[in-house]
Design a protein around this ligand. Sequence first.
Ligand code: ADP
Length: 542
Amino acid sequence: MKSTMMAAPLSLNHLLERAGKLFAANEIVSRLPDKTLRRHSYGEFYRRARALAHALQGAGLRKGDRVATLSWNHHAHLECYFGIPAAGGVMHTLNLRLSPDEIGWIAGNAEDRFLIVDDVLLPLYKQFAHLHKFEKVIVFPFSGAAVPAGFDDYEALLARADPDGFSYAGHDEDDPVAMCYTSGTTGRPKGVVYSHRSTVLHTLVASLGDFWGLRGTDVVLPVTPMFHANCWGMPYGVVMMGVKVVFPGPHLHPEDLLDLMQLEPPTLSLGVPTIWLGLIQAFDAAQSAGSPNHGRWKLPRGMKSMVGGAAVPESLIRAFDRHGVWIKQGWGMTETSPVCTVAYPRDELGEATDDVKYARAATAGVPVPLVDLRVWGDEGELPWDGKSVGEIQVSGPFITGSYHRVPVEPDKFTADGWLRTGDVAAVDELGFVRITDRTKDLVKSGGEWISSVDLENALMGHPAVAEAAVIAIPDEKWSERPLACVVLKQGAQATAADFAPHLLKHGFAKWQLPDRYEFIDAIPRTSTGKFWKLKLRERFPK
Ligand code: ADP
């Protein structure tokens, strides 16, 4: 017997058409380089995305050609998310925080044909232009200034194109729509290529109630860069649901974000933990009567915040909850589209104490539908008992099965085709994944593993600590011992001796405590804003 269902391919173009028909009046807000707000409607977005597709085809784009973007979060970048695939192209978001050498290498490895770049980022483009020759460089006049000679003008291209005369490039659901490189925190960047099918499935799953819980009445503030794992897929979600979106443009400092939240209060926001750490510090500092920012900000009550990309300290979740903001932690990778797990308050926790609920919220969460997740130890698959620690392996329709132009290696994929994430975790009976480390960050002391993530989270719960990162240093007797790098809150005082009692109170054994503390000004950040332990290991080799 055969199913009677139509063989209609899953398609991003459907989401674009839907937004044009159903949500034409809904708003897209972008913060421009001069900090003014530009408002534009989904109706305009729809026509401009189609015009972009028409213009790209007119410029000779062929199916499967890569079009790179080098852009902040704004409306034109959203147009690229849909216009490039509509034309049959593959959108490749370049990470503007990488070094020019790395960006040039990545553009070459992806064989990008065209580039769409913000005018304010042209100085960066010029630093890697010699490393990869784009056939066409289209400049988006984000600042409002005239586009310099020698480049194509994004707005002029759109003005000449005909959104009504455009027709979509035909495609199968497995055809590519976007690609993204891993940020290379633990090795050379590798390209992951997403399809219509994987992107639509990921959008549907991530938008569900217990995860993003995306509704048409939401106002979304995506602080996660659109080049970081496709802004975790949120641009596709907002278009699918016609959700009002507020793009912060290049202004990502805590004060700027807090200002923006006053102008356009979001109901849902997303970003890595360091963003929210900075935000709560600026907000708390403004509460004291003597602060120049006293009374300037309110946190949007009832806002949900999706935070992931690195472990979220429980103290951060508690700090925001005190102001009516609920942080939902998610875990995933560029390789996984990226949402794999989300920590939501499961029904079964209904009667549990607040401490238990916060502890669950501080895990990476529960696997979302369509993601198969297992924990693998030396002897094979481990039980979900909350104790058995091994490597997380995942498989599913929005998880990559290979890398662009890289042979499939056993250290990345298992013989039965699962992705090896390099993250170490235990899963409890309710399915909450508790990540203890990345394989490369674990501290191996005398044959036992010490979780750097657990230590960091406990240290960041100390009232004097703003940030903490724990690394392994070599030790003759124990092979490795933990060293804690600590950034104190402004005006706070603490010495190493203050931390041992705090950590013991949090359940650490004596042998797990750091032997050494280094008080530093700031923890270095990776290109996606995570703590960069590699730099700390270089700074404190022993
Ligand atoms: P990079 O590998 O360069 O950091 P990604 O953004 O793809 O680039 O990072 C994926 C990794 O980020 C995961 O493998 C994991 O180590 C880490 N990560 C993501 N979310 C979480 C989380 N909630 N808790 C702990 N680690 C996380």
